[in-house]
Design a protein around this ligand. Sequence first.
Ligand SMILES: NC(=O)c1ccc[n+]([C@@H]2O[C@H](COP(=O)([O-])OP(=O)(O)OC[C@H]3O[C@@H](n4cnc5c(N)ncnc54)[C@H](O)[C@@H]3O)[C@@H](O)[C@H]2O)c1
Length: 383
Amino acid sequence: MLKHKTHYGESLNLNWQSVLHVGTRVVVGKGTLAKLPDLLAQIDAGKKILLLKPPNLFIQEIDYLKTELHAKSISVHVLEIPDGEACKSIDYLIKVWNAMHQLKFSRKDTLVGFGGGSVTDIAGFAASTYLRGINLVTIPTTLLAQVDAAIGGKTAVNFHGGKNLIGNYYFAKAVIVDTDTLATLPRTQFTSGLAEVIKYALLEKTIANETEYSMGPRPLLQVLENSIADLAWNNELLPGILIASMKMKLAVVAQDALESGLRRCLNLGHTLAHALESTSNFALSHGEAVAIGIAFALHLAVSHKQLSESDSHRALNLLEVVGLPTKMSAGISVPILLDHLFRDKKREGEAIKMILPKDELGMVDYNELIKREEIEQRLTHFL
Ligand SMILES: NC(=O)c1ccc[n+]([C@@H]2O[C@H](COP(=O)([O-])OP(=O)(O)OC[C@H]3O[C@@H](n4cnc5c(N)ncnc54)[C@H](O)[C@@H]3O)[C@@H](O)[C@H]2O)c1
């Protein structure tokens, strides 16, 4: 449930609560990092913070936070963990647990994940498991983590090369999305996040029909069609686009936190994406893989005559305009890809439950079982 409804604007401040009765304070906007001390007081946090971050980033921001927090008698310890996917390992998980142990953390003390989705994923899992759950705050700094990874309670580390094989659901007490942190984000990472934003545009009507999310005066799809080519961290439309995306995710998760039904729709493009990431040994970014996954879902929907070719082209065009791929590279082995696909959590025997656009852009069917033979045959023609 979104407890306090807000209109889209340049900032958002809400208390979100899921059916699991977990509350999260979410703040979005320019300069919102400065709200961390207040948020800690609101969640009745302890006097110690362990902050996880990637190396060589956010040095000034962290110096600033240290000063502000020390003034409130809160001690801040920083643990740098490797960049990207490399930090989501059992080895680093143990390092995080060790650090909390050495700091004599109590349950009220707070683990802060400050970085992209990799950092917020491991921070979430570490916080959920230490002392059976300590305070967690996420400060996502990539577009992808802001609209997706750092909100919604899924936490994970990788295991034996398999993505997100160890994880659980655990909700941050507070999420701070400061659009200024995106200033240093490389363009390719920004584009990767746009794949998730496009995903929300393709889900918006279904989410509006099935949750208490309400659409703004213009559908996100239309907003993106008019602006996506020029979107950047400091574009005036970005906060509204971010807020619409986050609200969609929070509305879905509020209703179906543990993915027994509706939440599956958020996996549009993701089943193939995860298999592609593993098959390419993570050479494809998450967003690039999601873009190909969305393109494949559009291809299936057109083949099943549940979406027009022109609608499919409209959606593909959004991906292509920002330089996201819509085809698999010829080097991908379909048998290896299928092998990864059929290890997915969405597998049901020799079929996979996929999310396919239906009737019009913005609407999806999130319960379509597609048999292995059909996936294999269509993938072969999708290269
Ligand atoms: N838990 C979930 O619901 C969920 C959802 C989607 C994705 N994920 C996970 O998120 C991860 C991908 O997240 P990501 O795309 O944010 O990638 P990432 O965390 O790997 O970060 C990408 C790169 O950007 C750098 N970076 C981060 N913020 C920066 C900034 N502001 N300026 C400059 N560089 C910056 C990082 O150091 C890294 O090199 C994957 O592991 C994926 O499984 C989780």
